[in-house]
Design a protein around this ligand. Structure first.
Ligand code: UT7
Length: 308
């Protein structure tokens, strides 16, 4: 049976950086509150979901040495589409000059992990090359007068190229979960702004990351001690620390990028993964645990053996 491995990665963030100090000038908030409660110091704001996805996709394809016309399928994880119809993946497919299939995955902030499992499934079903992108512009669905949300969000995109290999490939285990009875905890109507019950999401998120990570690791025949690098969704530094400490994963084995990017929903895991790769924190043979959670609520984890 064929497996898949990541052969390229890339990111894109808007040029405009908004610091906590910038936000404190127009909102009743402070750098101290935002840093202490969330770990965020600044975020990039701007662009559209398709523009950011195209830029990140281009970088990932170039790094993998793959021409856009050789990509069989584009999987675009986003919860902030440019339009209702067409899927944002159509704009990205055309923008990249691709010929293959393209579709959106919306599992809110868990979208990249859902997409990772779907992309591996496509390879198992016969695709040679899949481009997986998480791209978001949460800023477009944020009321900038609502301090409870405005300080959290950021825009950006991260992409990976997955190519078929003979043998087992990188994916060792995975788990996807959802509980739609919690749908109202994070909500955005058509034409409106996001609203969120942050406290409740926080509570469920820590539990979801721990449980889902353990199930995915068990599926892989591994435990938390085997994890070389934990790449969690970046929604709040306190959620990351709480989940990592309960999993027994020390600080030097997990990635935090929320200070620079804020919460970029389904782009946060590929942004963090790219950061780890670009700073030489990930090596062939390493066990990588990706874990995300978000609106729905949804959650999911994937265990990969890097390289291969
Ligand atoms: O991506 C997945 C989905 N989202 C999440 O994962 C978010 C999960 N939740 C969280 O990260 C946290 O709950 C928040 C960061 C959203 C909020 O932190 P918290 O520690 O739960 O604060 P809180 O909502 O309980 O608010 C504490 C106080 C309140 O004031 P009072 O009632 O104690 O007087 C808020 O009004 O902080 C106030 N507050 C602020 N103060 C300054 C809320 N937002 C702000 C702000 N600046 N931006």
């Amino acid at each position: 049976m064929p497996g898949a491995r990541v052969t390229g990665w890339g990111i894109a963030v808007p040029d405009k950086i908004v610091t906590n100090a910038d936000l404190s000038l127009r909102l009743d908030t402070s750098d101290e509150w935002i840093t202490e409660r969330t770990g965020i110091k600044e975020r990039h704001i701007g662009g559209t979901t398709s523009e950011l996805a195209i830029e990140a996709g281009r970088v990932a394809l170039a790094r993998a040495g793959v021409a856009p016309e050789d990509v069989d399928v584009l999987v675009l994880a986003t919860t902030t589409p440019d339009e209702v119809i067409p899927g944002t993946s159509a704009t990205v497919q055309a923008g990249l000059g691709m010929l293959g299939g393209a579709f959106d995955v919306n599992a809110a902030c868990s979208g990249f992990v859902y997409g990772m499992v779907v992309a591996h499934g496509l390879v198992l079903a016969g695709s040679q090359t899949v481009l997986l992108i998480g791209s978001e512009t949460l800023s477009r669905f944020t009321d900038w007068d609502d301090r409870s949300l405005a300080v959290l969000v950021g825009d950006g995109a991260g992409a990976v190229v997955l190519q078929a290999v003979d043998g087992p490939g990188q994916l060792l285990g995975w788990h996807l979960g959802a509980n739609g009875t919690l749908r109202d905890l994070l909500h955005c109507p058509h034409g409106g702004y996001m609203s969120m019950n942050g406290k409740e999401i926080f509570r469920h998120a820590v539990r979801a990351v721990i449980d889902s990570s353990l199930v995915a690791l068990q599926h892989a025949g591994l435990g938390p001690d085997d994890v070389d690098l934990f790449v969690p969704h970046q929604a709040n530094a306190r959620i990351i620390t709480a989940a990592a400490s309960r999993l027994g994963i020390a600080e030097d084995r997990y990635v935090v990028t929320i200070d620079r990017y804020g919460n970029t929903s389904s782009a946060s895991i590929p942004l963090a993964l790219a950061d780890a790769l670009d700073t030489d924190r990930l090596h062939p043979g390493d066990v990588v645990l990706l874990s995300g959670f978000g609106g729905g609520m949804t959650w999911g984890s994937a265990v990969l053996r890097w390289g291969g």
